[in-house]
Design a protein around this ligand. Sequence first.
Ligand SMILES: [Zn+2]
Length: 291
Amino acid sequence: MTMGVNDGTVIGSELLLDHGSPIDRWNLTLVSEGYTEQELPNFRLHSLEFVTLLLATPPFAGPSAAINVYRLDVASSQSGADDPAPCGTGATADTFFDARFCANGLDRRVLVVDTTLALNTVYAELPWSHAILVIVNSPLSGGTGGGVATTTLHPKGMATGLHELGHSAFGLADEYDYASTCNESGRDFHPAVEPAAANVTVNSSFSTLKWGHLVDPSTPMPTSTRDDCSVCEGPGLSPTTPGTVGAYTGGNHYHCGVFRGEYDCKMRAHGEPFCAVCQERINAALFPFFP
Ligand SMILES: [Zn+2]
């Protein structure tokens, strides 16, 4: 059963990273989901682990004085998350925010919570929160970056949390070229409409590229092309020196007709650093909160 708010208790909050009044700072709140009250000490450790990774991940150390991080302890009646068919085992857990994998019915990694309940619960305790990351007490891989970001305790879960915050806190798009699966139809060519996200574009012309100021004029444009637009790009090798900003084909869930700024980025593969384009966007969003 998945009964939500009756399946647990809000215990309280703590300030983990203190750079001054929350009125002046960008406030990130980490929330527990699927931890029983007895397991909450683990969440406290996982939260510290996330803050350590955040501050070690460029560009966050630079504007770190703009950032406060809070922890909101919410106990659930049971451990884990729902893992429904057709992707999962069918296991269920009575948890406060109703976390469940396979939310789109296709991909187990699509992990969601009751977003409205999460927002209301956080704002009741920490109304100044700008961004929310729900850490779900499950070893499975999963996450999403909607109104609240979600992640898990999978070995790459903390990095996934940063990727999902890229979506929910900074409006960044996925830079990978697949949707739910690599075989999904209609993903060969991106619609000829400029995406709102700062890190993907349908325009690879150097003079009008939205991150053109980051590109060396000697860099070929587009910087990478695809021989076959009907398939996903494999985890191939970069055609340029890592860190070279240009216009690389593929991204925003399409194989062709769309470009990203570097060959790799945390918005493409969770273990990679954020590319220069994404870092610039994050810095710009945090700048108003800098002392
Ligand atoms: Zn990027």
